[in-house]
Design a protein around this ligand. Structure first.
Ligand code: KIV
Ligand code: ZN
Length: 513
């Protein structure tokens, strides 16, 4: 069975999803989970974008051990130097250099002719070779590049010693037949093509990213690139879980497989969704809440008689289990800690204490505390921004014939406690107005979303907000059995993160990849 290498770019292309902004701790946490999932290569970020991005890539490089860690670079010496700096401490570093090759990009973006593109890329690979033994070179917008120029560029990358050559369909333009054909053409026309691995990188603008990637595999791609849950620029990237499960479920057809631990898929998906704030749609293939739900009577009847009538893969295969009742209000700190370790979290003493206090609080309000609840609670308690503002209480009055009013009590870092009352168009608006008056910060609420963590009337509600101030944008997350409480916590969390981020903010290079 042919092995297909998995290059995960959740932390780079995935992080380019509008509104997503992962901090270093969140990146490292996702990186650890990706390592558990068994991906082969991990693109941790774009170090030249800002000192913060460089530091985050460095933290990931030092944190993971069994995965190749990759930094993205334009075809420029200063970007390559930034990747060199960021990957210090990585066990198996690799640089990913790219340059656009299509006529549209050459003419309008780069203002270069073919010869200049070829020379610029060659010089960049040569320069990187002085530092890196592993280089991936990407022909940005390869999908809209002339075949003869693709061959010329790939020949050059092979000559210069790139280990992997990536053929992105950057704008998600091609059909599976066309994309597969590019790989076939390169296999047949590039000298020494077996000296490099060919990689597929697809975007989902026309909803064909998974199909295109599978077509590339059928035509000789050795590596696939994608993200968890398919997050990424615009309509997103190829969803890694879809490729892994397609190869697994249709092994006899594809004759290829990945080395992923498939039973880690559900957990990885949940973690990425929670930390990025990108909710997975219910009908999303493999990881959507309905992906294994059977609604119609005919289907349910078939399932009861023989599961394979309507189930082509099992929920267990991706690690979905019935959410267990784990702990109740009488559970002690020791049991709590053990359960967290089973779930993959070993918390430092202080974080453990904070999480335990919130668990107790939750167990008082909610009869059953499930694994999902626990994960939501501890994620909230793992914030690394200092609590400049700490929400102590909220009081809201609402009636359909009165103006919604909220009173908040907030403790500040300098030891004061401030109470503030405000009105708003709705309860959440009133709460946010009151918090704004305490904080004195002028922020824009760029996004607000709410979902329930588990089922039932007493389920935990999880709110995600995106707050923006000038060019800085952060995410806040709040969890509570009450959605107004969760809304308030998410907003305060966002404010704390904003204040922290502002201290180290330097403009991010705006690369439109
Ligand atoms: O989509 C794209 O072309 C990219 C490149 C940087 C590989 O993300
Ligand atoms: Zn991309």
């Amino acid at each position: 069975m042919r092995k297909i290498y998995v290059f995960d770019t959740t932390l780079r292309d995935g992080e380019q999803s509008p509104g997503v902004n992962l901090n270093t701790r969140e990146k490292v946490e996702i990186a650890h989970q990706l390592e558990r999932l068994g991906i082969d290569r991990m693109e941790a970020g774009f170090p030249a974008a800002s000192p913060g991005d460089l530091a985050a890539v460095n933290a990931v490089a030092k944190a993971v051990k069994n995965v190749t860690v990759i930094g993205l670079s334009r075809s420029r010496e200063q970007d390559i130097d930034a990747v060199k700096e960021a990957l210090k401490g990585a066990q198996d570093p690799c640089i990913h250099i790219f340059l656009a090759t299509s006529p549209i990009h050459r003419q309008h973006k780069l203002r270069m002719d073919r010869a200049q593109v070829l020379d610029t890329a060659r010089s960049a690979i040569r320069y990187a070779k002085k530092t890196f033994s592993k280089i991936e070179f990407s022909l940005e917008d390869a999908g809209r590049t002339e075949y003869d120029f693709l061959v010329e560029m790939v020949n050059m990358a092979v000559e210069e010693g790139a280990a992997v050559v990536n053929i992105p369909d950057t704008v998600g333009y091609l059909s599976p037949y066309e994309y597969g054909n590019i790989f076939k053409h390169l296999k047949e026309n590039v000298h020494n093509i077996d000296k490099v691995q060919l990689s597929a990188h697809c975007h989902n603008d026309l909803g064909m990213a998974t199909a295109n990637t599978l077509a590339a595999i059928l035509n000789g791609a050795d590596q696939i690139e994608g993200t968890i849950n398919g997050i990424g620029e615009r309509a997103g990237n190829t969803a890694i879980e879809e490729i892994a499960m397609a190869l697994e479920t249709r092994q006899e057809f594809f004759q290829a497989k990945t080395s992923l631990q498939l039973s880690e898929i559900a957990r990885t998906s949940r973690l990425v969704s929670r930390l990025t704030g990108m909710v997975v749609p219910g009908n999303k293939a493999i990881v959507g809440a309905n992906a294994f739900a059977h609604e119609s009577g005919i289907h349910q009847d078939g399932m009861l008689k023989e599961k394979t009538t309507y189930e082509i893969m099992t929920p267990e295969s991706i690690g979905l289990k019935e959410s267990k009742l784990v702990l109740g209000k009488h559970s002690g700190r020791h049991a709590f800690r053990e359960r967290l370790i089973e779930l993959g979290y070993e918390l430092e003493e202080e974080a453990l204490n904070r999480a335990f206090a919130q668990f107790k609080d939750l167990a008082d309000k909610k009869k059953e505390v499930t694994d999902e609840d626990l994960l939501a609670v501890i994620e909230e308690k793992l914030q690394d921004a200092p609590e400049v503002f700490k929400l102590e209480s909220i009081f809201v009055t609402y009636g359909d014939e009165s103006i919604p009013t909220a009173k908040v009590r907030i403790a500040t870092l300098n030891g004061d406690t401030v109470e503030q009352k405000a009105e708003g168009n709705g309860s959440v608006d009133a709460i946010y107005n009151a918090i704004d008056q305490v904080s004195g910060e002028e922020v824009t609420l760029s996004d607000y979303s709410i979902k329930s963590v588990t089922h039932g009337k007493d389920a935990l509600g999880e709110v995600h907000v995106v707050l923006t101030q000038n060019q800085i944008s952060v995410q806040g997350r709040g969890v509570s059995t009450d959605i107004l409480g969760a809304s308030a916590r998410a907003y305060v969390d966002g404010l704390n993160k904003l204040i922290e981020k502002r201290k180290t903010y330097t403009n991010r290079v705006n690369v439109n990849l």
